[in-house]
Design a protein around this ligand. Structure first.
Ligand code: ME8
Length: 521
């Protein structure tokens, strides 16, 4: 069985969970569910990033220890995962002994090869991001943080450094040989552009605070939170354990899914570190864009975060699947930001989930109930034209074509397009019902065999679409499948194939999504 490893960023515990965290984790969840249902052995990792000066400061402000703060907020992130029904296989915390001892081991190995060395450095430091910025970039940005807009400061430190500059050529060659390494492509171009400015060695330790993993050879220094954090992807699999890790077979990741603001670390620093450790590189770093709120960047000062209580109000009003649907189909998967607008959420829900998916599943099952007592009168005929429009493909070709497109899109992390391919079957069923008008034909009993033949194909189409939507609509797809012949152990290829419904199958009435009056206040 093919193995597939997917990761989210590990989230900082000095923040509360919000739409951004929910979004990235939901993307990974949908991919993980889809790949499992395609027969792959998936390992889906998420977790919390718990060290660093920001956590130390927040804890001080609250008069508690950094560990207490980390315990509290990490538990909150986990609770959130529970409410979103996310299917992660592990949750790593950077304060766990398994992580700390392996980070020290990795750093020992880097010291031994000379990839990490002790040295002195002076440069432009972005305090809000806890990272140094090159001279060229600092100038370009008017000596203001490109992320927070706060002034960069001149900083000097004696530290341990990672010899990033030594990896320029290898990174160039690797990027040239792996055009899909960073996606979307526009983001890859940004990274390559920055790489041309040249690479500076990166300080990987700090001495101005203590809340971190001590440098193994020099405990006065703590390992910089970013280096500590990146290693989570490897420590969760146990790669630096003496036995090489019980989960090492999952390495390397198929997708490291992240937000665009942390791309440099993942696309440049992380691969160089893996090269230095002689570990295989991930297949793809997928950097999505940002959710913004009513046209504005979400920020604490504006107080416009789509925070957890807000998300919970949406989930209470529309259901979890509706929330997931909006994340997947409207989210910033590409290179542009996506605006969260309550009215749009509501209209999308009504148009796609109520009026399209639910209405089609409901009216098809209602007609089978009304004209055939809820029993499919004949097996769906795959050769039948999918619509009365001449030249349209047969039902089997239409459904299996959409299935194959959906599966290819899921695999390629084009999750919005996977959803659309699945919904295209529903749209075809609706169009066919509108054209053939079985409800009118049924008025003359001699037409019943024709009505049965139409509805059997429609039912098979609804079933296939619901099967393909299982990774996104984690409960509402099963509701439809249960009405249309029953649920099965997940197998997307088989469940969404033509011919799974036989004559005599019971079809019960279903109405998976109900109308909602207005978005929550
Ligand atoms: O950066 N829209 O953690 P973090 C979409 N600990 N996604 C968003 C978002 C938004 N407006 N805001 C945040 C860290 N995200 C580090 C990562 S990994 C080795 C260490 C998501 O808590 C997005 O995935 O700030 C982003 O990369 C992540 O949250 C940052 O979470």
């Amino acid at each position: 069985m093919a193995r597939a490893y997917i990761t989210t960023p590990i989230y900082y515990v000095n923040d509360r969970p919000h739409i951004g965290h929910a979004y990235t984790t939901t993307l990974c969840d949908v991919w993980a569910r889809a790949m499992r249902a395609c027969g792959e052995d998936v390992f889906f990792l998420t977790g919390t990033d718990e060290h660093g000066v920001k956590v130390e400061k927040s804890a001080q402000e609250r008069g508690i220890s950094p560990k207490e703060l980390a315990d509290e907020n990490s538990a909150e992130f986990r609770r959130v995962l529970g409410t979103f029904g996310l299917s992660n296989d592990d949750f790593i915390r950077t304060t766990e002994p398994r992580h700390e001892r392996q980070v020290q081991e990795f750093v020992r190995r880097l010291l031994a090869t000379g990839a990490v060395y002790a040295g002195e450095f002076e440069g432009w430091y972005d305090e809000s991001q806890e990272e140094y910025v090159t001279e060229t970039r600092a100038k370009e940005c008017n000596y203001l943080s490109p992320i927070s807009g706060k002034p960069l400061v001149r900083a000097k430190e004696r530290n341990y450094y990672f010899r990033l500059s030594a990896f320029q050529e290898r990174l160039d060659a690797f990027f040239a040989a792996n055009p899909g390494f960073v996606r979307p492509e526009a983001r890859f171009n940004e990274v390559k552009g920055r790489l041309r400015d040249g690479l500076q060695d990166v300080p990987i330790t700090r001495t101005n605070f203590t809340w971190g993993i001590p440098m193994p050879n020099d405990p006065e220094h703590v390992i910089y939170v970013w280096i500590d954090a990146l290693f989570n992807y490897a420590t969760a699999l146990g790669l630096a354990e003496p036995d090489g890790g019980a989960r090492r077979e999952w390495w390397p990741a198929r997708y490291h899914v992240i937000g665009k603001e942390i791309l440099w670390f993942h696309a440049v620093v992380w691969p160089a570190m893996l090269m230095a450790l002689e570990l295989p590189l991930p297949a793809c770093v997928y950097a999505h864009s940002f959710w913004i709120s009513n046209g504005q960047k979400m920020s604490k000062s504006l107080g416009n975060f789509i925070d957890l209580p807000t998300i919970e109000r949406y989930v209470a009003a529309y259901g979890l699947d509706a929330w997931r649907w909006a994340m997947i189909t409207q989210g910033p998967l590409g290179a542009t930001d996506a605006d969260f607008v309550p009215k749009q959420f509501h209209e999308l829900y009504t148009a796609q989930l109520v009026n399209t998916y639910a209405n089609c599943a409901s009216r098809t099952s209602a007609m089978i109930g009304k004209y055939f007592d809820g029993t499919l009168p004949c097996a769906p005929d795959g050769d039948r034209p999918a619509s009365i429009v001449p030249g349209s493909p047969s039902w089997k070709a239409l459904v299996e074509g959409a299935r194959d497109r959906a599966l290819a899109h899921y695999r390629a992390f084009e999750l919005d397009q996977a959803a659309d391919a699945a919904l295209s079957i529903i749209r075809a069923v609706d169009a066919s019902i509108n054209e053939t008008q079985p409800f009118k034909l049924a008025k003359d009993p001699t037409n019943l065999p024709e009505v049965g033949a139409i509805l059997a194909c429609c039912a098979q189409g609804v079933r296939a679409a619901a099967a393909l939507l299982q990774p996104i609509l984690v409960t509402k797809a099963d509701e439809v499948l249960a009405s249309y012949g029953g649920t099965t152990p997940r197998d997307l290829v088989r469940d969404a194939a033509w011919g799974t419904l036989a004559a005599g199958t019971t079809i019960t009435k279903c109405a998976p999504f109900m109308r909602v009056d207005a978005p929550p206040a």
